[in-house]
Design a binder for this molecule. Structure first.
Ligand code: BG6
Length: 503
């Protein structure tokens, strides 16, 4: 068995319970690229509960065996540990099953129910079920309704049923509310696990630990000492075959509503009373409630949207967004967005939070940078008329770690130079962090929803985003700026901040 320092201590913390995970949309990309590789890696590290089984549910006709083979190929291609270890796979694969059916076909749910009972008897999974909605979002409501109608929606108590819902959770405030309402017709809130895979990243959880397990940061973590905060989620990739989905979604819905809002909440929230689901989520909700809404003319001032045209990424020519497969040639969907927002509360009054994300930027880099205010009086005016600000940068990925930029005396004569203190996960812990989905799937098996989003959280994030979407669809909508693929986005975004950080 592989030793993984990121797992140590976990079994003592809580116990995962025997269960079957049914994946709706089992022949899709998410299952192949993320879910089954994550489960395999958990099997490899002996983290799965005894008897654990997977049922793939999808429309295609497939035998159990053919599905197992497909999943094995998926693990071989996408798992962080490759190639598949035959002895681990053969054991894991015994628990893999397949159920063919249309998502709205009630009879298929009858067959699924029979299969789940059979597995529960054979593998002693005690009737506990997880249903994972990994289909296109248009099917979510009918799957949930069918689970309810066929008696599979169960209860939060043993034998329990939990339902994991993938993003996007709605496409605006009204649709998110409607999905929540429909889900709660059949399920209790404690049974619903709305996933945001950013919360499963080690470095994202470390934001909370950094802030609340160290005495030195929290006293400075407010408007008295912080000048502004920059949150960057940059990607160099383009559409990778997801053009049709993305054209209907755009960067604001795809990245800001969920992942970036979560990063913002963890950075800005007050200390929760405990590291548990409700206390943590209560604090995140307060942040979302305090974000100053951006509506009407504010949007033109505080938000910049862009779309990549042709350019070069990594030394190679790259097509423009409108030339990507599945994207309409006249598309006005944004592939870049930058926002300046304010959190109107005691801690953050007047501190700008700058968010930017985009596709086809020069590199993949996600980071949260806290820029501190300058010293009140500079002694060294003669030696250095201006010094660089202190910046605490939490690198979420890649090259996970945290750095602190300070000013130091240069060697010899009295000169002032910026220096950086750097912590790297790889160096300090001797291993790369596990995939986000591994952690989140395990949390769901343990009934821990701390790293999943609650109903009010999702709706408040949509409330903020919908204000921007409305302004963008108005007649006098602010411009969509075209930026060359491989650049740092539209120049118009430069007016939001004195200087964007080089990440
Ligand atoms: C997904 C988005 O939620 O997150 C993608 O739909 C994006 O467009 C991806 O590429 C980024 O995730 P990660 O883990 O690679 O940063």
């Amino acid at each position: 068995m592989q030793r993984n320092p990121f797992r140590e201590g976990m079994p003592r913390e809580r116990s995962v319970e025997p269960c079957v995970m049914t994946i709706f949309g089992a022949t899709g990309d998410l299952t192949r690229r993320k879910l089954v590789p994550a489960l395999y890696n958990l099997a490899r590290e002996r983290m799965l509960p005894p008897g654990f089984a997977v049922v793939g549910f999808a429309r295609r006709e497939l035998s159990h065996e053919a599905f197992r083979e497909e999943m094995r190929r998926a693990v071989d291609t996408f798992s962080r540990s490759r190639p598949v270890a035959p002895e681990i796979w053969s054991d894991f694969a015994k628990g893999i099953h397949y159920c063919q059916g249309d998502f709205g076909d009630r009879q298929a749910y009858g067959r699924l129910g029979v299969l789940l009972q059979q597995i529960s008897r054979e593998r002693n999974t005690r009737g506990n079920n997880i249903f994972y909605l990994a289909t296109p979002p248009g099917h979510y409501e009918s799957i949930i309704a069918a689970l309810g109608a066929s008696g599979l929606s169960g209860s939060p108590l043993p034998p329990w049923t939990r339902v994991i819902i993938e993003k996007p959770f709605g496409h605006d405030l009204d649709s998110a509310r409607e999905l929540n309402r429909r889900a709660q017709e059949c399920l209790r809130e404690e049974q619903i696990y709305r996933i945001d895979h950013y919360l499963g990243k080690e470095t994202v959880q470390n934001i909370i630990v950094m802030r609340f397990a160290n005495g030195i940061f929290e006293p400075l973590w407010n408007q008295k000492y912080i000048d502004h905060v920059q949150i960057t989620v940059a990607e160099d990739l383009g559409m990778e075959g997801r053009g049709a989905y993305y054209d209907a979604s755009g960067a604001l819905r795809d990245m800001v509503q969920n992942h970036m809002m979560q990063l913002l909440c963890l950075t800005a929230m007050e200390p929760p009373v405990a590291f548990q689901a409700d206390p943590v989520r209560n604090e995140k909700v307060k942040v979302l409630e305090s974000i100053r809404p951006l509506e009407g003319d504010d949007v033109g001032r505080e938000v910049v949207r862009g779309q990549y045209g042709r350019g070069h990424v990594g030394g190679r020519g790259a097509a423009g967004f409108r030339e990507e497969q599945g994207v309409s040639p006249g598309s006005t969907t944004e592939t870049y967005v930058a926002i300046r927002l304010f959190i109107d509360n005691w801690r953050w009054a007047g501190v700008p939070f700058l968010l930017r994300t985009g596709k086809r930027l020069p590199k993949r880099a996600t980071e949260i940078a806290i820029q501190f205010r300058p010293v009140p009086h500079l002694l060294f005016r003669k030696e250095a008329p201006a010094i660089e600000p202190n910046v605490l940068a939490m690198r979420i990925q890649p090259d996970e770690g945290i750095s602190l930029k300070m000013t130091s005396k240069g060697p010899g004569a009295m000169t002032l130079q910026p220096v950086v203190m750097d912590f790297r996960y790889g160096t300090s812990f001797g291993a790369d962090p596990p995939e986000a989905y591994e952690r989140l799937l395990l949390d769901c098996m343990a009934g821990d929803s701390t790293l999943f989003t609650r109903r009010d959280e999702v709706e408040l994030a949509w409330r903020f985003i919908t204000g921007i979407l409305d302004a963008w669809s108005a007649e006098d909508a602010p411009a969509l700026h075209i930026y060359p693929a491989g650049s740092w986005g539209p120049e118009a975004a430069d007016r939001l901040v004195e200087k964007w950080r080089r990440v």
